[in-house]
Write a protein that binds this ligand. Sequence first.
Ligand code: FES
Length: 100
Amino acid sequence: MAYTVTIQNTPWQFQVHEGETVLQAALRQEIPVPWGCGGGVCGVCMGHIVLGEMVYPDGEPIALFEEDAEAGKGLFCVGHPISDLILDLPEMDEDWEPFD
Ligand code: FES
């Protein structure tokens, strides 16, 4: 089972396989998404879920406050899609560099 993730207002669309986070799938396919810690702590990967659903099998991530979740935001480093997703990551640009 794979889901299709589309990043709104960018040319990027990619597949997320079962057991992968959105971030893992993006990196595997060399999609330049913003990220930092990779563990739900820093909040750098946060964006809006425009359409679709994502879950956190390892529990609610530390950096996702209740008000963010209620506003439709998600952390893609630890989120697993349970449907196709359309995401809005407005900070995406070609200059993005992950933290060291
Ligand atoms: S990369 Fe740090 S919370 Fe997602």
